[in-house]
Write a protein that binds this ligand. Structure first.
Ligand code: AP5
Length: 216
């Protein structure tokens, strides 16, 4: 399936479902999924320079500094797959400075910004129940998407773990940080005429169908 929109930004609070929908859309539309959270977590696991800087910010639920994030995204967007197929940005931009850095890199804007409007209660319940496979990265939820065997990945039998920043106190902090530093981007992109709002509270499949139509 080929989408009309190929430069896509997913915006919304932690737990809105950005990562889950980006994975589904990326497979269906063959557009690279770029998650800044995943890039940072990989660096933390490797223990490299970026990871050592990012770890403290992430564990506290704070944003990693803009200059570091802008450099990561600029380098990633230069890669061949992005030049050929476009991108689906999940978790970037998160501040006005990041949005401006992105526009400089693209020499223009994105085609569409999908804003996942999601209530805080839903975000907290999704994130506190989220479990991830240590081996293949598959995503579960202890109630909504439980694995067949508790603590074990259905796909590869790897162990499931809870993200360090998915503890309730840190989730609440991430939501405060989102409201303070990121939510103003909703109006920023609305003024550009590229924002499309979707209801992040609804189930995965109906929302996926709505989004696919918006991208066609
Ligand atoms: P990041 O990894 O980007 O975390 P986040 O934005 O907080 O997003 P999440 O992954 O927690 O939520 P999501 O919306 O993707 O939801 P998901 O699909 O997983 O960032 C982590 C940290 O890295 C930040 O705090 C910051 O420190 C740093 N960072 C990253 N980017 C940065 C940047 N640009 N600038 C500065 N710092 C940056 O879904 C959640 C759960 O709900 C899953 O279990 C899923 O299965 C379930 N679920 C989703 N949708 C539904 C549904 N419709 N129905 C039922 N269950 C659902």
């Amino acid at each position: 399936m080929t989408a009309l929109c190929k430069k896509i930004i997913l915006l919304g609070p932690p737990g809105a479902g950005k990562g889950t929908h980006a994975c589904m859309l990326s497979k269906r539309l063959d557009i690279p999924h770029i998650s800044t959270g995943d890039i940072l977590r990989e660096a933390v696991n490797k223990g490299n320079r970026l990871g050592l800087v990012a770890r403290g910010f992430m564990n506290r639920g704070e944003l990693v500094p803009d200059n570091i994030m802008a450099e990561i995204i600029t380098n990633r967007l230069r890669k061949k797959d992005v030049r050929e197929k476009g991108f689906m940005l999940d978790g970037f931009p998160r501040t006005q400075a990041q949005a401006e850095a992105l526009e400089r890199t693209l020499r223009g804007g994105a085609d569409i910004v999908l804003y996942f409007k999601t209530s805080a209660d839903v975000c907290i319940s999704r994130l506190s129940g989220r479990r991830i496979c240590k081996v293949c990265g598959a995503n579960y939820h202890i109630k909504n998407i439980p694995p067949k065997k508790e603590g074990v990945c259905d796909e590869c039998k790897g162990p499931l773990y809870q993200r360090q920043d998915d503890k309730e106190d840190t989730i609440r902090k991430r939501l405060r940080v989102y409201n303070k530093q990121t939510s103003s981007l909703i109006n920023y992109f609305r003024r550009q005429g590229i924002l499309k709002e979707v209801n992040g509270d609804i189930d995965l499949k109906p929302l996926h169908r709505i989004i696919v139509k918006l991208l066609m």
